[in-house]
Ligand binder design. Structure first.
Ligand SMILES: NC(=O)C1=CN([C@@H]2O[C@H](COP(=O)(O)OP(=O)(O)OC[C@H]3O[C@@H](n4cnc5c(N)ncnc54)[C@H](OP(=O)(O)O)[C@@H]3O)[C@@H](O)[C@H]2O)[C@@H](O)CC1
Ligand SMILES: [K+]
Length: 492
């Protein structure tokens, strides 16, 4: 049966362990394959009742096995079916060999497939077992199907997409629909995999929840289930001091807008008080634009140290439009026992000596959130960035562990990772969210959550999610000002 969109995400390696446990507990693996292949045939008939012909492309492993089951089910329903196999089907093993025998018709070699209008392609070439770039003959078929613009239903994953990373190994199908089993894999949500899946269906083939739960790590899709329980501090009826005091550092006189965007977002996101900390040269520019946000003159590290005696300031945002890297470094180090969102120039300030920052924030519970985009990430974590074997999730977790910070690794597939190994992939950001000032807004929302006492991982994940929602609500063509105005209350 189709399952509700569950939030947990299972890596292909975890899925193999789940398979093994399912077999050990006496579950018949061929029944699982039958269930998987039948679900694919049902999706094909549901989505393309007018198909002239279903063409099932079967690979050399169990993904191909699912394909043979689907072919047999489609044939039994009276549909026109053709099967093309990669490699010699006589070499199939185990359940896949049994599924192929059940299909019972001679197949054609893959290379003989000539796409024709009216074909619906069922891609059962590779799934979880893809281990290297697809062979040339497969890439050629992918290109031929793409140039005919034929609909493709992918079994488990579009062949060519790495289920762990979402990266394309060589070439891939661009599916219109993907049927996966039990749970989504990282490759369904990370880019470019996400865009290559088309619509995604998660089908329950009957592996018990207890076996799944025993092998799921701390990776899930970002959503309220991760942090709604921590949002009780955000009660709007609470006194303004109880709703937290957020401070945002302004840039110089010609670069004050970014910090004001952060401050405005922090206020809208629920901070009771927001203060903009500004050097004297930028005070006038800021004063001319502020109403609800307060203004405080902070010109150097000495002034900041004196201000820090006020323990009611619950969190700080440093980086948006800040400009002065030397001062950013001093401020970040002074703030090391406070909750801090470090963004933009605040991150770049430590590019020559990241360990200085990481060591300063190593003590106690995680209280630093960093929000790098690709370029900033590479500046702070060049070796992690350069490791081609790591997925975006792996990179974010490795960076979080090293830096003792929650990492918000931004992009259209933002990943939030905690030093304790938890991670979430965000999926609610509309494409138009990538606009000037968008990151400043995000930093302000996360800062508001920290100021209200949310733990760093939850504060960051909730911030990314509310930011995405605000983008969707503000709509295409939004400006960063619209974005702050569109921030909705946290879900209860
Ligand atoms: N519980 C579940 O989830 C269930 C999962 N099920 C299904 O099983 C699928 C996983 O099956 P799987 O492990 O057999 O892997 P699969 O993707 O068929 O590929 C492996 C084969 O491809 C080969 N190969 C790899 N890369 C290659 C390349 N670039 N070029 C050429 N060859 C390449 C590889 O060869 P090798 O690397 O060993 O040389 C091997 O022969 C999963 O996606 C789902 O559809 C269901 O049946 C129901 C239960
Ligand atoms: K596939």
């Amino acid at each position: 049966m189709p399952v509700d969109r569950d939030d947990s995400i299972i890596t292909p390696a975890e899925m193999s362990a789940i398979d093994r446990d399912a077999a050990l507990s006496g579950i018949d693996s061929f029944r699982l394959m039958t269930s998987a292949g039948t679900a694919v045939s049902a999706a094909a008939l549901r989505l393309y009742p007018q198909a002239l012909r279903f063409v099932v492309l079967c690979g050399p492993g169990n993904n191909g096995g699912d394909g043979y089951i689907a072919a047999a089910a489609l044939h039994a329903s009276g549909a026109q079916v053709a099967v093309h196999a990669l490699g010699d089907p006589a070499h199939l093993k185990g359940d896949a060999a049994r599924a192929c025998a059940g299909w019972g018709h001679a197949g054609e070699p893959l290379a003989k497939y000539r796409p024709r209008p009216g074909d619906i392609v069922i891609d059962a070439l590779f799934g979880a077992g893809l281990s290297r770039a697809v062979p040339d003959e497969v890439a050629a078929v992918m290109r031929a199907v793409g140039s005919e613009q034929l609909p493709v239903i992918a079994v488990d994953l579009p062949s060519g997409v790495d289920g762990r990373t979402g990266q394309v190994l060589g070439e891939s199908f661009h599916a219109s629909h993907t049927v996966t089993f039990m749970a989504r894999k990282p490759g369904h949500l990370l880019l470019p995999g996400r865009t290559l899946c088309g619509s995604l269906e998660v089908f329950d083939i009957g592996i018990p929840q207890r076996i799944l739960a025993a092998h799921t790590s701390g990776l899930s899709e970002n959503g309220p289930h991760l942090w709604a329980g921590q949002a009780h501090a955000l009660d709007p009826s609470a006194h303004k001091f109880k709703r937290g005091h957020l401070a945002v550092f302004s840039g110089g006189p010609l670069a004050t807008g970014a910090a004001r965007l952060s401050a405005a977002a922090g206020l809208k996101a629920g901070a009771g008080l927001v203060t903009l900390a500004s050097a004297s040269a930028a005070l006038d520019a800021n004063a001319a634009h502020l109403t609800a946000v307060m203004l405080k003159e902070i010109g150097d590290a000495g002034a900041l140290a004196r201000w820090l005696a006020d323990k009611r300031i619950g969190a700080f945002v440093l980086g948006p439009g800040f400009g002065d890297l030397e001062t950013a470094r001093q401020y970040a180090l002074l703030l090391n026992d406070r909750a801090l969102v470090l963004d933009a120039d605040g991150i770049t300030a430590f590019k020559d000596d990241p360990s200085l920052l990481f060591e300063a924030y190593a003590q106690g519970e995680t209280h630093l959130v960093m929000t790098p985009h690709d370029g900033e990430f590479a500046r702070l974590f060049p070796d992690i960035d350069a490791d081609p074997t790591l997925s975006k999730v792996d990179r974010a977790i490795a960076a979080a562990k090293r830096s003792h910070a929650v990492i918000v690794y931004k992009g259209a597939d933002t990943v939030i990772a905690s030093p304790d190994g938890r991670a979430a992939i965000n999926t609610n950001a509309p494409p138009w969210l990538a606009t000037a000032g968008s990151g400043d807004t995000l930093a302000g929302i996360i800062g508001a959550h920290l100021a209200q006492g949310m733990p760093a991982f939850e504060a960051a994940a909730a911030g990314v999610w509310r930011h995405g929602r605000a983008g969707a609500k503000a709509g295409e063509g939004l400006t960063a000002e619209d974005l702050a105005a569109a921030i909705e209350p946290l879900p209860a």
